[in-house]
Design a protein around this ligand. Structure first.
Ligand code: TXA
Ligand code: MG
Length: 334
C-alpha cells in the first residue's frame, strides 16, 4: 500500500524532493487524481507508463503553475494566452507546439504538448515547491475508471506506487477539456471536460468545433494531421461490468420495474423513485455539475456491487453533460 500524505508543509517538502529524485507521486487535482512525475526527466516519465500499464503511444498532460511556466514548454500563441488568462488555474488543457525542453516520451514523439495549470490548492503548492513541470495522466490503471478519491487511487495503484497526496474528493470529477489551439482560426476540442464548449466559444469569440473520431478506430488510427487524438482510444474509463447507454429505458414505466441484476442510472432523481431496487441517480435535481462529480464514484460502486449490467441515461447535451456523455460512450465501448 502507498503512504498517504495530508499536505503539511513538511509533506510538501518531502514529496517535491521525491519528484526531483525521479519518483512518482499521486496528486489531487480539481478534475481527477493524477500520477505525477518530473516532466523534464524521461526516466521518471517512463515510470508513469509502467505503473499505469499505459501504451507508450498515449501522450501525457504536463501540469504547470501558470502562463509563465507554460511558455518554457509550449509555444503559447494569442488564443492560448486568452484561454489561459480566463480559465487557468482550472480544468482546461491546451495542445500547442512543444519546446525542446519536453522529452519525446511525454508527447509520444509528437511535436505538440498538452499543458494545463490545475486549480487544486495542494497541487499548486506542490508545483510551486518543486519548481518543475509535472507530467500526470489520471492515476488509474490504463483503461479503467478515473479516480476521484484517495481510496480509488489506493485501490488501483496502491501496490505499484509509494506516495499519494490526499486532497479530498475531486471538485469537478471529470477530466479537463482538451483543446487544440495551434490554429488560432480553427480551435478544435479533442475531449469535452470540465470547461464547457459554450464558455470556450464565448472567450475566443468564434465557433469551436469538436474533433470527430474515425468511425471504427484502432489504437493506431491517425487523425488527419497525423497525430493520435484522445478520442481515438475508444474503450476507456470502463468498469468491468458491461455498461450501456439506453435512453429508451428511462421512461417512467420502465423505471417502475428494473430487471433483477440490473442497475439503471438516471441523471436526476425520478419523480416517483419508488424504493425499487436497481434505480440510482447522479443528482437529486439533475444538476450537471453534481452529476459529473459523482459519475466515476458511482460507476465504481456499481462495478463492485456485482450487477450483471449497468444502464445509463444520457445527460442533456450541454455544458458538463457533453463530458458525461463522452465518458459514458467510452465506458460502453466493448
Ligand atoms: O483533468 C485532466 O486532464 C487529468 C488531470 C490529472 O489533469 N489528466 C488526464 O490525463 O485526464 P490522461 O492522461 O488520463 O488524459 C490525457 C489525454 C490522453 O487521452 C492523451 O491522448 C491526450 O490527453 N494528450 C496528451 N498529449 C496530447 C497531445 N500532444 N496531442 C493530443 N492529445 C494529447
Ligand atoms: Mg485517463
Amino acid at each position: 500500500m502507498a503512504t498517504i500524505y495530508k499536505g503539511s508543509e513538511s509533506d510538501l517538502f518531502f514529496l517535491s524532493d521525491r519528484l526531483r529524485a525521479g519518483e512518482l507521486v499521486a496528486v489531487p487535482t480539481e478534475t481527477v487524481y493524477g500520477l505525477a512525475a518530473n516532466a523534464l526527466n524521461p526516466d521518471a516519465c517512463a515510470r508513469i507508463f509502467e505503473a499505469k500499464g499505459r501504451p507508450v503511444y498515449d501522450p501525457l498532460i504536463v501540469h504547470v503553475t501558470g502562463q509563465t511556466a507554460a511558455c518554457a514548454i509550449a509555444a503559447m500563441n494569442v488564443s492560448a494566452h486568452a484561454l489561459a488568462a480566463h480559465f487557468w488555474p482550472g480544468p482546461l488543457t491546451l495542445i500547442l507546439p512543444k519546446t525542446p525542453a519536453i522529452p519525446d516520451i511525454v508527447t509520444s514523439g509528437r511535436p505538440t504538448v498538452a499543458v494545463r495549470a490545475p486549480a487544486h490548492p495542494l497541487m499548486r503548492a506542490l508545483l510551486e515547491r518543486c519548481g518543475l513541470p509535472l507530467a500526470a495522466p489520471s492515476a488509474n490503471p490504463f483503461g479503467y475508471v478515473s479516480p476521484t478519491t484517495v481510496a480509488h487511487v489506493q485501490e488501483g495503484l496502491g501496490d505499484r506506487i509509494e506516495h499519494i497526496l490526499d486532497g479530498g474528493p475531486c471538485r469537478i470529477g471529470v477530466e479537463s477539456t482538451i483543446i487544440d489551439v495551434r490554429e488560432m482560426a480553427d480551435p478544435v476540442i479533442l475531449r469535452p471536460g470540465g470547461v464547457a464548449h459554450e464558455a470556450l466559444e464565448h472567450v475566443l469569440g468564434r465557433r469551436v468545433r469538436f474533433h470527430k473520431p474515425a468511425e471504427k478506430s484502432t489504437p493506431q488510427a491517425r487523425d488527419p494531421i497525423g497525430e493520435l487524438a484522445p478520442g481515438m482510444l475508444d474503450r476507456h474509463y470502463s468498469p468491468r461490468t458491461p455498461l450501456e447507454v439506453r435512453p429508451e429505458l428511462f421512461a417512467p414505466a420502465e423505471l417502475s420495474e428494473v430487471p433483477a441484476g440490473v442497475a439503471r442510472v438516471c441523471i436526476a432523481r425520478p419523480r416517483d423513485a419508488a424504493k425499487s431496487s436497481g434505480i440510482f441517480w447522479l443528482s437529486e435535481t439533475g444538476d450537471l455539475d453534481e452529476a459529473a462529480r459523482r459519475l466515476f464514484s458511482l460507476m465504481r460502486e456499481l462495478d463492485a456491487a456485482g450487477y450483471a449490467r449497468i444502464e445509463f441515461e444520457p445527460a442533456p447535451a450541454t455544458a458538463l453533460g457533453l463530458a458525461i456523455n463522452d465518458r459514458l460512450r467510452r465506458a460502453s465501448a466493448r
